[in-house]
Design a protein around this ligand. Structure first.
Ligand SMILES: NC(=O)c1ccc[n+]([C@@H]2O[C@H](COP(=O)([O-])OP(=O)(O)OC[C@H]3O[C@@H](n4cnc5c(N)ncnc54)[C@H](O)[C@@H]3O)[C@@H](O)[C@H]2O)c1
Length: 349
């Protein structure tokens, strides 16, 4: 398939690009190269004749039309977004413009192209979203997010993603555009931008700095290794039922404090400190405003209908992740000077 992947220079998008190409697909990577992008993430495929890169902002409709006309994709995998909740608290406008208006532009550019092609049934518009659209769960293991959970977004980020999900469903119902949607839990793994929790903890630990934990560390997240997410996304774009959404999660619920302690234990083995444990650097800081208590995904639909399974446990995935950061210092050092990285964001509210 020829896949038009938006956001392919970001964390998850680049994992999709690498895996899609390893599986023989052609890829057109459409990315504006914001502060969160890094073309090194796809440097290993950049010289392939099956890869093309277009530096295009999804807020620019005319530029999107030109990309569709030039590359004639079989499917779209739409990942481009502003993705950092703390930044959405300080500056929500970018989130509305990219995540809502940008998705609207993508839908209209795709619809125009698909209509001009004679509306082929085989075309797919795959919208990649988050479990954060469902809001916050009580601490009861029997309650998880299913595809039927009502939307209840609570941050500017999750509200913008929820809006984009609604647009995608409306374009299917109204215009017949063949869409599929996925809502995934928290990802981690190689090439994770150094402002997100797991890389912050690894890099601060190595630098001898405080390991900041929001509130009392009791917030629960459901962690998924990024390469398992990319695998699920390729399965959905190829085999998902049109008009249907799929929840993707690793069934790996951990409190933030448990997660950080696990990372410290892995680091204690991989790069022991002269004295003590990295856990001695844990520091509790003011909580994020409106911090959702718990996210947990019920992935029954994608497991039973499409046969998807994650390949690693969270412990295996975290060990691989720590090993990757230890081996790729040049990659993360270059990103630490980008605007806002290393600062505490999202506490103005
Ligand atoms: N990170 C997670 O844990 C997670 C979980 C579930 C879903 N998601 C979703 O997956 C997608 C990718 O997330 P990520 O963590 O890889 O994000 P990221 O911030 O690492 O990457 C986003 C990419 O989109 C690009 N981009 C941003 N604005 C753009 C614009 N206006 N035009 C074109 N490109 C633009 C950036 O340059 C960057 O390369 C997002 O849609 C996000 O909502 C993320």
């Amino acid at each position: 398939m020829k896949l038009l992947v938006t956001g392919g220079a970001g964390f998850i998008g680049s994992a999709v690009v690498r895996l899609a190409m390893a599986r023989g697909h052609q890829v057109v990577n459409v990315d504006a190269l914001t502060y969160a992008a890094c073309l090194d993430n796809v440097a290993m495929v950049a010289d392939s004749p099956d890869y093309a890169f277009e530096q295009v902002d999804i807020r620019d409709r005319a530029a999107l039309d030109a990309v569709f006309a030039k590359h004639q994709p079989d499917a779209v995998m739409h990942l481009a977004a502003e993705s950092h909740v703390d930044r959405s608290i300080d500056g929500p406008a970018d989130f509305i413009e990219t995540n809502v208006t940008g998705t609207f532009n993508m839908l209209e550019a795709a619809r125009t192209y698909w209509t001009a092609q004679g509306k082929p049934d085989s075309f797919r518009f795959h919208h990649i979203s988050t479990d954060e659209v469902f809001g916050s769960l009580p601490n009861d293991p029997s309650i998880k997010f299913t595809e039927d959970t009502p939307y209840d977004p609570r941050s500017p980020y999750s509200a913008s993603k929820a809006s984009s999900d609604h647009l995608v469903r409306a374009w299917h119902e109204t215009y017949g555009l063949p869409v599929v949607l996925t809502n995934c839990s928290n990802n981690y793994g190689p090439f994770h931008f150094p402002e997100k929790l797991i890389p912050v903890i690894i890099l601060n630990a190595l630098a001898g700095k405080a390991l900041p934990i929001y509130g009392d560390g009791s917030n629960i997240r459901d962690w998924l290794y990024v390469e398992d997410h990319a695998d699920a996304l390729l399965l959905v774009v190829e085999k998902g039922e049109v008009g249907r959404s799929y929840n993707i999660g690793g069934e790996n619920e951990r409190t933030n404090l448990e997660l950080v302690k696990t990372l410290c234990a892995i680091l204690d083995q991989a790069r022991p400190k002269a004295a003590g444990s990295y856990a001695d650097q844990i520091t509790f800081v003011t909580d994020r405003p409106g911090h959702d208590a718990r996210y947990a995904i019920d992935p029954t639909r994608i497991r039973t209908e499409l046969g998807w399974r994650p390949s690693v446990t969270v412990e295996e995935g975290l060990e691989k992740t720590v090993a990757w950061y230890l081996a790729n210092e040049d990659w993360w050092r270059a990103l630490q000077s980008r605007h806002g990285v290393g600062e505490r964001l999202g506490v103005k509210a």
